[in-house]
Design a protein around this ligand. Structure first.
Ligand code: DC
Length: 229
């Protein structure tokens, strides 16, 4: 079976950076599952689909014409939807909250399930999301639930936006983040919660390098244990 590292947790905890870094180090594939939910929202807005039209949203999810390309120049992931690059639309805060709304619909989640599982290919997969360890990859080799206080997560996101030359308001960002977390935690289908066998890693006040090193060590341990059996 292909080894899978599942990294779940609330927004802004650093899952994206940590996942990308580990995928590159191990030479594994990367699944940014949040991007799929964001894409459903972006596609729905492009088509003027009403967010209460569940069957059309499920249809969009099933037929999403998406391609993730690693750029040769800067190793960043480019996202193409229906033949158009949509990276800039995807990272906007509205795309995050739209994603969280469509992600609460069981029909959308079911439509995206097999597409996500198909990412598990040799030599391995790092899967970043909210339900990687609980629903999509329940047999993952290692499950990490990466979290940090809302204040720290909002500050990190704020810094990220500033570095990209975008304007932001720290307080508004924190409120939006808390509202999104609440929606992700309280939904009935695949809510944001640690798997029973997840390692809960609170990275408040811990630098990204240290977090990567901590997970790398655990993963290497889990892989050796697997080979030993
Ligand atoms: O990780 P992200 O911020 O790109 O995710 C955007 C939203 O998508 C998030 O608020 C909840 C939803 N999501 C989900 O429900 N399940 C996942 N596996 C990943 C994301």
């Amino acid at each position: 079976m292909t080894p899978v590292l599942a990294i779940d947790g609330p927004g802004g905890a650093g899952k994206g950076t940590v996942s990308k870094r580990l995928a590159r180090e191990f030479g594994w594939h990367l699944l940014d599952s949040g991007a799929l939910y964001r894409l459903v929202g972006v596609a729905a807005r492009k088509r003027d689909t009403d967010f209460s039209n569940v069957s059309e949203l499920a249809d969009i999810s099933r037929n999403l014409d998406v391609e993730f390309r690693i750029s040769d120049e800067d190793e960043l992931v480019q996202t193409w939807l229906d033949g158009t690059r949509v990276d800039h639309l995807l990272r906007a805060e509205t795309a995050g909250s739209d994603a969280s709304v469509v992600a609460a619909l069981p029909q959308v989640r079911t439509a995206l399930l097999e597409r996500q599982r198909a990412f598990a290919q040799r030599p391995g997969l790092v899967a970043d999301g909210r339900d990687m360890g609980t629903v999509v990859f329940p047999d993952a080799t290692l499950k990490v639930f990466l979290t940090a206080t809302a204040e720290e997560r909002a500050k990190r996101r704020f810094k990220q936006l500033m570095e990209q030359g975008l304007s932001a308001n720290l307080r508004a960002l924190r409120e939006e983040m808390e509202a999104r977390d609440r929606r992700d935690r309280e939904r009935a289908t695949a809510p944001l919660k640690p798997a029973e066998d997840a390692w809960i890693l609170d990275c408040t006040g811990i630098g990204i390098e240290t977090v990567v090193a901590m997970i790398r060590e655990r993963l290497q341990g889990a892989l050796s244990a697997r080979e030993g059996h």
